[in-house]
Design a protein around this ligand. Sequence first.
Ligand SMILES: Nc1ncnc2c1ncn2[C@@H]1O[C@H](COP(=O)(O)OP(=O)(O)OP(=O)(O)O)[C@@H](O)[C@H]1O
Ligand SMILES: [Mg+2]
Length: 293
Amino acid sequence: MEHAPEGDELSMNTESDRTTSRPAKPIAPAFNLAWHMSGEKEDKAKSVEWAKEGSIEFEDVSAKYLPNGDVVLKGVSLRVEGGSRVGVVGRTGCGKSTLLLTLQNMTIVVKGVVRVGGKQIADINTRTLRGNIGVVQQEVRLANGTIRDCIDPYGQHSDDAILGALEEVGMGSDVRSLPLGLLTELTDTTRLLSAGQRQLLGIARALLQSARIVVLDEPSSSVDEWTDAMVQGVMASAWREATVIMVAHRLSTVADTDVTIVMDEGRVVEVGRTRDLLNREGSELSRLTLNSG
Ligand SMILES: Nc1ncnc2c1ncn2[C@@H]1O[C@H](COP(=O)(O)OP(=O)(O)OP(=O)(O)O)[C@@H](O)[C@H]1O
Ligand SMILES: [Mg+2]
């Protein structure tokens, strides 16, 4: 399989293929420059201009999970302009979730540089970085704590604000009707809420952050129609201007992106405008078997 051609600037003129009037976004794939990882961490609470700009850049990034473990991401280079909607696809175990975790500084980067809004994430206070990236996990983890803890882990928001975010994802009345409401233990949600509803809790948390960058790891299991409609609604409203990178298992999710990144065995093997890749016979994307619907 071939890598995306280096320096081949793709002009993403997606306005015509989408029903929204979001401006077209360019993406420039793979390039190589010297890498460095130095720099003092700073208090980012003072300045989060980088987060507002919303661009994301991986420059020849290799990453692993454990100091003695195997390298999982292998020389990944990509550039996503702020406000783009990007799908990440590829077979199970190819590194899609690892790519998203690396953006959150949750892996060990052994080579290369990751930048958000032009700033190296190695220079950004980790909590500030994560506080500015809305994350919707592949599966909502059932840790100890309540629904409230899950949606507002740092206890920064009022109950009204949390319930407002839940309303936005259609979960307001579901949570209000639970005997303990926001104070329902997460472990109890396995029997009280569906998998789709639990994922909506994760979306409510990301909404409350008002993050300019959102990463969304679509569950590989099927998503019910209600959850799907809610996610689409949030995409079209609250996240309309956000940079959204989503791991996609379904053709319908891919079809709603501007740009698709195809991964295989820890590498980016194709990047380009989604519509072009879907239409191009022999593209890596068209050769993948994605879930329909
Ligand atoms: N926490 C971890 N510690 C060590 N290795 C891991 C960890 N998570 C994933 N890996 C390994 O990294 C590689 C990439 O996994 P990753 O979860 O990124 O794949 P994926 O593309 O998201 O797969 P899926 O479609 O099944 O979610 C795999 O070989 C996997 O076994
Ligand atoms: Mg995954």
